[in-house]
Design a protein around this ligand. Structure first.
Ligand SMILES: [Zn+2]
Length: 70
């Protein structure tokens, strides 16, 4: 993997795990509705009461310290 910033191959993949609990709130849904319309409202409903654990992988360049996703 080459760093897109400096072109170095001194890059290492790093896993970042985030656990977030999502609950559907009226305010949240309204915000989604205002910004994204009906799609946002549905997104708010879909995320109701679910605990989501997401692991994100990204690369760190040891040469310049740049972080980037694939
Ligand atoms: Zn770099």
């Amino acid at each position: 993997m080459r760093c897109p910033h400096c072109g170095s191959e001194q890059c290492q993949v790093v896993a970042d795990t985030q656990v977030e609990t999502k609950g559907y709130g009226a305010g949240k849904g309204c915000c989604g509705f205002i910004i994204f319309g009906w799609v946002g409202l549905l997104c708010g409903l879909c995320g109701s009461g679910k605990t989501k654990s997401s692991t994100q992988h990204y690369w760190v360049c040891h040469n310049c310290g740049n972080k980037f996703r694939l």
